[in-house]
Design a protein around this ligand. Structure first.
Ligand code: FES
Length: 174
């Protein structure tokens, strides 16, 4: 390379690249390309992180489903007359639920959140009814019987302790 041609014409100072740039040249154009190996590394690491996150969510869900919920008193048995319902929140204050005493005296409870678009279901003539799109769930297992919902309502496990009624768990079915 001709260094004389790269010196400043006014002051005569050499404006050529410093020696270190010549010793360690960087191919800037090539530097922007991602090599196949780097891409495979990125995809592998990303997949591993996603798999770990999925496993963690499944583990937490499985633990909760296995009955690690705390029992919570939801009212007295006398509160729940035949053909009536009461509302409560379980397992957290953000989870609205409905307990029903059927015409035959059976006690059942479900999440009050419709499995279609999350409106609140209400008790109506031996069924749980969602007024948003006329969804209907039967009381025995919370299965959808009419309207757009396709998934059952999560069932709340109830337990009588003396004259008090407790929620003790949540069961999710397909
Ligand atoms: S939200 Fe319940 S039927 Fe649509």
């Amino acid at each position: 390379m001709n260094e004389k041609s790269e010196s400043c014409k006014k002051c005569g100072e050499n404006t050529a690249d410093p020696q270190w740039k010549k010793d360690f040249p960087i191919e800037w154009e090539g530097d922007h390309y991602v090599s196949r190996r780097e891409m495979v590394k990125f995809l592998t690491l990303g997949s591993a992180i996603l798999a770990a996150a999925n496993w963690l969510v499944a583990w937490i869900w499985h633990r909760r489903r296995d009955g690690t919920f705390q029992a919570q008193m939801i009212g007295s048995v006398a509160d729940l007359e035949r053909n009536k319902s009461i509302l409560f929140r379980y397992p957290t204050e953000k989870d609205p639920c409905i307990a029903v005493c059927t015409l035959t005296g059976e006690l059942v409870a479900y999440s009050q959140v419709c499995t279609h678009l999350s409106c609140a279901v209400i008790y109506k003539e031996e069924e749980l009814f969602c007024p948003c799109h006329n969804g209907v769930f039967e009381l025995k297992a919370g299965r959808p019987t009419a309207g757009p919902p396709t998934r059952s309502l999560p069932r709340i496990v109830l337990e009588k302790r003396g004259d008090q009624l407790f929620a003790t768990g949540v069961e999710v079915t397909a």
